[in-house]
Design a protein around this ligand. Structure first.
Ligand code: FES
Ligand SMILES: [Fe+2]
Length: 377
């Protein structure tokens, strides 16, 4: 028996298909419910590879930083030979938090309570008076390690027992960012934003430029909002690129502010690439710098965002190096985005909110929502 559709006029069929395909925004509970937030922490942030920094942020042996993933405080430290390790931030004696600073330098990790001391690779090397305890063996009390791996110089942690290797996770992106030589870059600046909005609103906002004409007049002058094209349209890595007017860059002055990355073709200079990497990384690649947002969800209504501006290491030596030109520009655009994300959070919390239809220019937020929902019960 022929299907109903065979008899439908092509124009009408197109409308029907468009209608069927129209995705809607997520229901209210996904943005305000503490139960859903707890489930995300458990099903996503406790099981997936999560961005926590870049190797250039701990360049020397003994450099460390601390971070939080799924409510766990974690230490990331470089040992003297140069290897990077990740540990849960608690002592094997009576559980005290070991390090309170966000970052620092140390030759060893010493507990502030009874001075048990651990080497930078996590071995317990001193435990005062514990030789008086029969059967006590220091080798039984190394710090609890957490899975840590690098991708293009970025440090990722995974709290799962035996996660798939990070390299496998990133296989679909192999070679894609080679011209930027991401592992060699250095951060010139970090700005921390405390945003009163759910972390998913930040992803959804980043993933479309439907809002750019109205929200980002300065950005739209340099990079037309309707020039967006997507090349990763399904899956955990999503995004595409936008045109930049010839000879321009996304800076306050509109000019390039640093040495361009190596190995660029002529065409690459005219594009800015925007990719979201599930679940907490936004990667924005410009010809002369790379901006990375790291999202740290704090509650259903609050997200801490760490934004870093990375440059080619040799750019720092150049006389006309002017990172502030890029930093000020994106700081302005970031704040414009956070403002509308906060407005969304406020409106979504209303009893009158109901999911609204995504436009054709919001296919990436819709795809992101679909991926997100695959992780939820
Ligand atoms: S709790 Fe760390 S040494 Fe006692
Ligand atoms: Fe925006």
């Amino acid at each position: 028996m022929p299907s109903m559709q065979t008899n439908v006029a092509p124009e009408f069929r197109k409308t029907t298909e468009t209608f069927k395909a129209a995705a809607k925004t997520l229901p209210q509970r996904y943005f305000i419910s503490p139960e859903i937030f707890a489930e995300e922490q458990e099903s996503i942030f406790s099981k997936q590879w999560v961005l926590v920094g870049h190797q250039s942020q701990i360049p020397q042996g003994g450099d460390y930083l601390t971070t939080e993933v799924a409510g766990e405080s974690l230490i990331i430290v470089r040992d003297k030979p140069g290897a990077i390790h990740g540990f849960y931030n608690l002592c094997r004696h009576r559980g005290s938090r070991l390090i309170e600073n966000r970052h620092g330098q140390s030759t060893a990790i010493q507990c502030p309570y009874h001075a048990w001391t651990y080497s930078l690779d996590g071995r317990l090397i001193a435990a005062p008076h514990m030789d008086e305890v029969s059967g006590f063996d220091k080798t039984d009390y190394s710090l609890h390690a957490v899975n840590l791996a690098l991708w293009e110089g970025f440090i990722f942690l995974n709290l799962a027992d035996s996660p798939a290797p990070l390299a496998e996770w990133f296989k679909p992106l192999a070679g894609k960012f080679a011209p930027w030589n991401l592992s060699a870059l250095r951060s010139a600046k970090r700005i921390e934003y405390d945003v009163r909005a759910n972390w998913k609103l930040i992803f959804e906002n980043y993933s479309e430029c439907y809002h750019c004409g109205g929200v980002h007049p300065e950005l739209s002058k340099i990079s037309p909002y309707d020039s967006a094209e997507n090349d990763l349209t399904e899956g955990l890595f999503l995004g595409g690129f936008m045109r930049v007017a010839k000879g321009k860059s996304l800076t306050m002055s509109g000019n390039a502010c640093a040495l361009a990355m190596e190995q660029f073709g002529e065409e690459d200079f005219r594009h800015v690439f925007y990719y979201s990497i599930f679940p907490n990384m936004l990667l924005s690649l410009h010809p002369d710098y790379v901006m990375v947002h790291q999202l740290l969800p704090q509650s259903p209504e609050r997200t801490l965002i760490l934004c870093d501006w990375f440059f080619h290491p040799e750019a720092f030596e150049q006389r006309d190096f002017d990172p502030d030109d890029a930093i000020e520009f994106w700081d302005m655009v970031n704040r414009q985005d956070w403002h509308v994300c906060e407005l969304s959070q406020q409106g979504i919390a209303s009893r009158a909110y109901e999911p609204g239809p995504y436009s054709a220019r919001e296919s990436i937020p819709a795809a992101w929502d679909r991926e997100y929902l695959r992780f939820m019960k």
